[in-house]
Design a protein around this ligand. Structure first.
Ligand code: NAG
Ligand code: NAG
Ligand code: NAG
Ligand code: NAG
Ligand code: ZN
Length: 899
């Protein structure tokens, strides 16, 4: 039966007597739960994941420059771009870059208008137009900058001729701001000296902030890049360096670095970086692999882990895609300021430091896992995304979902002992179930015309695109079989290389692979996948074991909230279809298999009740595979939240935790209990809940004490995570053995700050509970260590732990620090505020703080950006009453942007 859902009708009941106390607590808990819930009923605000922006009701005009999409009249062929970023401020204190660019484009359809993207660039010379064919170029009549739609519109006296090529030349200046978008600057200190890096983040629509360009993913072209920079710095871009000379320009002695022309590619994948970073390298066959970072980090060996896995993963993807890596080099660079986790720029991948740099002594195994999976994700894009690119952003889910699925395959190759492929169930499948079960969710696929404006584009970078995309592609690969899936994938990549696609192009190639194989799904790939791609949500499936009848319904956490678009809308028609291919989907584990899950009175045998039949699952000895144990818990809690089963039943699935030592079921339970904590840690339920969870975790804590004495690492990768969970939960529920341990370690460290006695994996948990138990002294010590830390992941651990303080004034002071980028980097401001809000003491403080500083925060993170909606969702997670909802709606900006 492999990985499928394990059903065994004949298993006997294992009778072990359960302490009556636990049952009593559960019943007490669920009684108070239902009281609280009914108090709050009607008014409940569900944590939202999906963010939408209403489509404007009035279209301003039909002029091409008022449209968000480029007309199809011109097609770029090559660009020559020269940029000169200044790493010192000018006389007015501004950091700038100068640039010149020429673009050769073909006229596809005659027109007297050149529309090209340009945002926040000041032209320093009148742009010029030259014809490359026999006829002269039309004269430029006027040039208008459209700031809203981010175009430079060049109006011509006569028309351009279809089939002819032209060259447009521009000179411009832009600000090298610290705004994390386009061509921007990042700053850090090394040996007390301030260093500035010029770097880029183009995706999705910020290449136009670096130079005028046709900034759409299907407007692929060849780019010749040249950078001017201080001779003491190194310049990087997508291509390899082909020329490097010292010259004097404007009385300044600079190095001019010229890069080999790129392959035909999209603007959003360009990258230009000037820094004085160090690097390490490795050559595999003829391929050059380099890791760049701050000198100090490179010297400390923090790039070694990334370098050691990159070659393996690249080789794996070459095989998987059956296409050689398309470029002669692969650079990866860690930047002190970076908004996303990483960006797959072709040949020059950029990362947040914590996503690339690893320190054997200081980083945890979680940090390591993040690094290897994110590297695999970005390397996967070098083919899927970069070589073959989606035509428009509405299909982003295919690009991101695919990379989010195969990142597990790549990481598994590099770390074969970790069982990392299982973790997709917790990290993506469960994660997205929680969001996709809300009425506010949305389908994977959007129409091209629904995703137009830059803020709409940034909204599609959400959990649905990444995690649901990954989940359904994993399911597809599983039911087609890996062989058929990769075969279709390979012909797809080969056919569309250097070109653009829509997601159905992949279905077509998969279908061809199916047709030429022996595997015969009952319906076409498209037919099966339409149900997952065009509809939001997922089904709850009920199996009547007497009649064998299987029925399904749209699963909604709150059954009262029918989505506006109607239940289960399918191509505009209400269809309650039978799932065509039930057996196929076992790997997605998406089916909420049965409606009722309960324990018998011993609490140790699970009885799945469907109709009149009982299917029995013996829990011991471990006959339910670990993934499914995790799944049952998650299902039970979700079914309870949706009112399909009693909360008591859901809580009962946690009874067996007292004897559970595997990570996945524990993590699933803790994730689900978190929701109870969020809703009830301000109520009288909190006490009994702490006692109950504390009792359950005591066994796990003792298990790890016996196994490791808190000195050693448990053997398995996920066991190490579970060791952390044991410590974290034992301490947070006040288990004395735990709090004493943690306090002792932290005191030892405070006595001798140069020697941190706390094991790397345990640090987050230890710091948090020590700071929670401590006062100003502990907090200030943590701050001092934060400022001193040279490993980014260590900084992150301390930054999160400082939010665990319980004294309001400490938390208020910390909140203020987030407004000062010298204290908390802009990239980290929202996540710090969210950490503070996740602390029950900090939540109201963070909420007041955000409201009091709304102007500033909205300006910094607003405009529909992902990080802003994260912030609002993060702070309001605990909200559950009408009163609280009203507060959200009283925000100065229209709250409907976010909900
Ligand atoms: C772009 O640069 C390349 C190499 O420097 C040169 O051969 C080519 O003529 C330039 N093209 C344009 C349009 O300026
Ligand atoms: C561009 O022009 C605007 C308006 O004159 C000015 O405020 C801005 O500072 C200029 N930007 C640069 C980088 O010079
Ligand atoms: C450019 O000048 C720097 C500093 O004087 C020197 O180190 C470097 O070797 C020179 N590079 C070239 C290509 O001449
Ligand atoms: C790109 O794909 C389109 C549609 O499949 C095709 O018409 C076009 O010729 C392709 N372009 C290139 C450069 O291969
Ligand atoms: Zn990605």
């Amino acid at each position: 039966m492999g990985k499928g859902f394990f059903i065994n009708k004949t298993v006997g009941i294992v009778g072990i007597v359960l302490a009556a106390g636990a049952i009593a607590t559960i019943i007490a808990l669920s009684v108070v739960y239902s009281q609280e819930k009914s108090k709050n009923n009607e008014n409940e605000v569900k944590p939202t994941g999906a963010v939408t922006t209403p489509v404007p009701t009035t279209e301003p005009s039909n002029e091409p420059w008022d449209q968000w999409r480029l007309p199809q009249t011109l097609s770029p062929q090559t660009y020559n771009v020269t940029l000169w970023p200044r790493l010192q401020p000018d006389a007015t204190g501004l950091y700038i870059f100068r640039g010149l660019s020429s673009v050769v484009f073909r006229c596809v359809e005659k027109t007297n208008l050149i529309l090209i993207h340009s945002n926040k660039l000041n032209m320093t010379l009148q742009p010029t137009l030259t014809a490359l064919g026999s006829k002269p170029a039309p004269i430029i009549e006027s040039i208008v900058m459209h700031t809203k739609t981010q175009y430079m519109a060049i109006h011509l006296k006569d028309e351009l001729t279809a089939g002819e090529s032209y060259e447009l030349y521009t000179e411009f200046v832009g600000e090298l701001a610290d705004d994390l978008g386009g061509f921007y600057r990042s700053e850090y200190y090394e040996n007390g000296v301030k260093k500035v890096v010029a770097t880029t983040q183009m995706q999705a629509t910020d290449a136009r902030k670096a130079f005028p360009c046709f900034d759409e993913p299907a407007m692929k072209a060849v780019f010749h890049i040249t950078l001017y920079h201080d001779p003491a710095t190194v310049a990087l871009s997508n291509g390899v360096v082909i020329d490097k000379v010292n010259i004097t320009v404007d009385d300044t002695f600079v190095t001019r670095t010229t890069f080999a022309p790129t392959e035909v590619m999209s603007t959003y994948l360009l990258a230009f970086i000037v820094s004085d970073f160090g690097f390490i390298e490795q050559n595999i066959d003829k391929l050059q692999i380099r890791i760049f970072a701050r000198q100090e980090a490179i010297n400390a060996g923090q790039g070694e882990y990334a370098l050691s896995v990159t070659g393996t993963i690249l080789k794996f993807f070459e095989d998987y895609y059956n296409v050689p890596y398309p470029l002669p080099k692969s650079d990866q660079i860690a930047l002190p300021d970076f908004n996303a986790g990483a960006m797959e720029n072709w040949g020059l991948i950029t990362y947040r430091e914590t996503a690339l740099l690893y320190d054997e002594e200081i980083s945890s195994n979680g940090n390591k896992e993040r690094i290897v999976t994110i590297i695999a994700h970005e390397l996967a894009h070098q083919w899927f995304g970069n070589l073959v690119t989606i035509r428009w952003w509405n299909d982003l889910w295919l690009n991101e979902g695919f990379a989010s699925y195969v990142e597990y395959l790549g990481a598994d190759k590099a770390e074969p002992t970790w069982n990392i492929k299982d973790l997709i169930v917790l990290n993506d499948v469960h994660r997205v179930f929680a969001i996709d079960a809300l009425a506010s969710s949305h389908p994977l696929s959007s129409k091209e015309e629904e995703i137009q404006r830059p803020e709409q584009i940034s909204e599609v970078f959400d959990t649905i695109s990444y995690s649901k995309g990954a989940s359904v592609l994993r399911m597809l690969s599983d039911f087609l079989t890996e062989t058929v899936f990769t075969q279709g994938l390979q012909t797809y990549l080969d056919h569309f290389k250097f070109n653009n696609t829509v997601y159905t192009d992949l279905w077509e190639h998969l279908q061809r692979a199916v047709d030429s194989s022996t595997s015969t799904p009952p319906r076409s790939v498209q037919d099966i996948m339409d149900r997952w791609v065009l509809q939001m949500g997922f089904p709850v499936v009920t199996i009547n074991t007497e009649t064998g009848q299987i029925t399904q319904e749209h699963f909604l956490l709150d059954p009262e909230t029918k989505p506006d678009s109607g239940l289960y809308q399918f191509h505009g028609q209400r269809k309650k279809q039978h799932n065509p291919y039930i057996g196929c989907c076992r790997k997605l584990v998406s089916f909420k298999m049965t409606v009722t899950i309960m324990f018998d009175t011993t609490g140790l045998t699970m009885i799945m009740k469907t109709g009149n039949a009982y299917l029995m699952f013996s829990r011991l000895p471990d006959s339910i595979p670990v993934i499914n144990r995790a799944q049952i818990i998650d299902d039970a809690f979700n079914l309870a939240k949706a009112g399909i089963i009693e909360t008591t039943l859901a809580l009962r699935t946690t009874l067996f935790l007292a004897s559970e030592t595997e990570y996945m079921p524990w993590e699933s339970a803790l994730d689900n209990l978190d929701y109870f904590y969020l809703m009830f840690d301000r109520t009288e339920v909190y006490g009994p809940m702490q006692t109950y969870v504390g009792n359950k975790v005591e066994g796990l804590f003792d298990y790890f004490t016996r196994l490791t004495n808190w000195e050693n690492l448990p053997p398995g990768h996920t066991d190490q995570y579970n060791q952390v969970n044991a410590l974290r939960v034992a301490c947070s529920t006040g288990l004395e053995a735990c709090t004493t341990l943690v306090k002792t370690w932290f005191e030892q460290w405070m006595e001798n700050p140069n020697v941190n006695p706390i094991k790397a994996n345990l640090r987050s948990a230890v710091y948090c509970s020590a700071i929670a138990a401590g006062g100003e002294k502990e907090w200030n010590f943590a701050w001092e260590m934060f400022e001193k830390a040279t490993v980014a992941s260590e900084k992150d651990k301390l930054r999160a732990a400082m939010a665990c303080a319980t004294e309001p004034w400490l938390l208020n002071r910390y909140l203020k620090y987030t407004l000062d980028s010298n204290k908390i980097r802009k990239q980290d401001a929202t996540s710090t505020i969210i950490s503070i809000a996740s602390n029950v003491v900090g939540q109201p403080l963070a909420w007041d703080f955000v409201r009091a500083n709304w102007e500033y925060i909205f300006k910094q993170y607003g405009g529909g950006s992902f990080s802003f909606s994260n912030l609002i969702n993060g702070i309001t997670k605990r909200f559950s009453t009408e009163f609280e909802l009203q507060q959200v709606c009283d925000l100065p900006q229209n709250c409907f942007i976010f909900f």
